[in-house]
Each structure stands twice: as C-alpha cells, then as structure tokens.
Ligand binder design. Structure first.
Ligand code: XMP
Length: 326
C-alpha cells in the first residue's frame, strides 16, 4: 500500500544517511523482525551489509532453508551461515532445567555470533569501509518496554543477541523502532519477502529447545519438528493463521503412555497443542479451535510421527499459564 511504500522509502533514506559508506552486519534469527530489518537495510546499502545466520539446530522445519534460500533470493543479501548444531546439542546434553537451557542457549548464541562478527569485520571482501553498524529488529513495543533509550552503544537490548564485549562495539541501526508487528509484516511484504516468512508465528529465541520438556536431543528435536510442521500446515490450510497468535507444540519427552497404533501396542510420547490468541503476548487466551481442525491435526500427528501416540490440548489462559511451557 501507499503508506508502506512511504515507510520503506523514508527508512531507506534514513539508513543511508546513518551508515554512509561504512559496513553493517545483521544477525538473522529465522524470525520475522530480523528478516524485515535485514531486508530493509539491504535495500538501503546493498553489499555494504552482511547478514549472519547462526543455525543452532533448534529451529522449526524448513526455517534454516528459508533463510539460506528464500531470504537471499528475495533480497540478494550477502549471507554468512554458521552451522552450530553440534555445539548447541553438546552444550545442552543432560540439561532439563528451563532456566538453565535458556542460559546455555543464550550464552552459546552470543559466542558463536561474536566469532562470526569478528570474521565479518576482518573480511576485506565486503564493499565499504570498516564495520561499524549492527542491525537489530527492535520494534516499537520493545522500545517502550525497555524505557525508550536509543541504541548507540554496544549490543544490548535483545535477549537473542545479549551483550557483546567492548572491543566489538557497534552502533545500532534499528529501522523498525517505530513500527508494530503488523506494520513490520506489511513492510516485509512490500520488500518482497515470501508470505510464509512474513506471516509465520512468533517463535522464541531458544526455539524448540524450550518446547521439549526434558533433555534436548537430536532425535527429540526431529520428532517435535515433524509434529510442529503438521500443526502449522493444518492451521494454515484451515485459514486460521491470522486468528491465532501462535500455537506452540510441546513434546513431553519424559512422559510415556500406552497406545495402539498400526499393528499393535505402543508406548509413546504425548504432545501438547497450545493455541493462543493475544494482542501482545503479555496476556493470552486459549484459542477455541474448531474440533474438525483439531481432529485432523491429531490424526495426522499420530499417523505420521511414529514416536507420538497421544495429542492433548492446553486450555489454560495467560495468566496463570505462560504461552511457552518453559
Ligand atoms: P511466555 O511464554 O512468556 O511468552 O508467555 C510470551 C511470548 O514471548 C515468546 N518468548 C520468547 N521470545 N526469546 C524470545 O525471543 C525468549 O527467550 C522467549 N521466551 C518466550 C513466546 O513465544 C511468546 O510469543
């Protein structure tokens, strides 16, 4: 629309003014905000920008490919991919406490990102002078929540990219600071990002790591990824994407129950569907999904994911429950 074109043009102008001939890096998380921020800055300064994508192995099905292929195809951005799956899995081995998981994932993320940032800074191949800027997908609600300070010092604000050491100090570029989520999505569409990328559900930084109740292992991640993909596919097919805020699928990896599947008795794991409606994730109500849609999701998950023999529904609002289970 006309307004979105205006926002894009205005931001492109501002980014060019701020960055000048210098270089910038942008960490892509797989989420909407960093993708739109990256695309906007790419539009403004082209190959002066390098995007960095840390694949921690905790993403949803197809998400890493979406960043590596679709995002690059849509924007033409220079992208550095770091495959850190092994590193995250080893760091998480044996850990079951939710806060511990979050701490480990956050800490490893910063280390890997920091290393990648150093490599980008050292890389002479990029267009422009030294790297001085870091792009962040901070939205207006984040700005309000954190007291409204402007980003001029080191990386701080986002819990996805915590604090980098002083010798890696950047000036922040935050082109989404004045926008709400739905505006960010429309800017993303205006920039030509694929609809599946722009309209996908919010997803926590620690990813599937906090949707496996119990230890995080590669096998469990694979199981959860399949179940989650089925739920998302059926919710989209039913046209419900814009009615729900998000629908985490949670794997109760340490719980087993008896079932009968195919040719006999099974002793598998349950998953929990957690569909919620919300304006801002501060409060939420459980979404009254149509029974038919729930039935299809349940049938498909138990038929297609061998390890899962039971699908349950979380009917708790927030408060008292949080949206995520960990
Ligand atoms: P809760 O579970 O607190 O979640 O009701 C509220 C919203 O925040 C997301 N969430 C996170 N996002 N890093 C993030 O970037 C996190 O550590 C994190 N924890 C929860 C959650 O998906 C929901 O949208």
């Amino acid at each position: 629309t006309w307004t979105m074109v205006n926002i894009v043009d205005e931001q492109v102008e501002r980014i060019r003014e701020q960055v000048g001939g210098k270089r910038a890096i942008c960490g892509l998380s797989g989420g909407v905000d960093s993708a739109v921020a990256g695309a906007l800055v790419q539009r403004a300064i082209g190959d002066q920008l390098t995007c960095v994508f840390v694949d921690h192995g905790l993403l949803r099905k197809g998400e890493a490919e979406q960043v590596e292929k679709d995002f690059v195809a849509a924007t033409g951005a220079r992208l550095k991919v770091v495959d850190a799956q092994e590193r995250f899995l080893s760091a998480l081995a044996g850990v079951t406490d939710p806060e511990e998981k979050r701490k480990i994932i956050g800490r490893e993320f910063i280390r890997v990102f920091e290393q990648a940032a150093r490599e980008v800074v050292a890389d002479g191949g990029a267009v422009g002078e030294e790297v001085e800027f870091l792009v962040q997908g901070t939205l207006y609600p984040d700005v309000v929540e954190s007291g409204g300070g402007t980003g001029t010092a080191n990386i701080k604000s986002h819990h996805n990219v915590g604090g980098l050491p002083d010798d890696l100090a950047f000036t922040l570029v935050e082109p989404l600071r004045e926008l709400f989520k739905d505006e960010v999505r429309r800017v993303g569409e205006e920039l030509g990002l694929p609809a599946e990328m722009v309209w996908r559900q919010p997803f926590p930084g620690p990813g599937l790591g906090i949707r496996i109740i119990g230890e995080v292992t590669r096998e469990r991640l694979d199981v959860l990824r399949e179940a989650d993909a089925i739920a998302r596919e059926e919710l989209s097919r039913a046209g419900l994407d814009r009615d729900i805020w998000q629908c985490p699928v949670v794997l109760l990896a340490d719980v087993r129950s008896v079932g009968v599947q195919g040719d006999g008795r099974t002793y598998g794991h349950p998953v929990v569907l957690r569909p919620v409606s919300s304006e801002d994730a501060m409060t939420a109500d459980w979404t009254r999904l149509p029974y038919d849609v729930l039935a299809v999701i349940s049938n498909r998950i138990t038929n297609e994911v061998r390890e899962i023999n039971r699908v349950t529904l979380d009917v708790t609002s927030k408060p008292p429950g949080t949206i995520e289970w960990e």
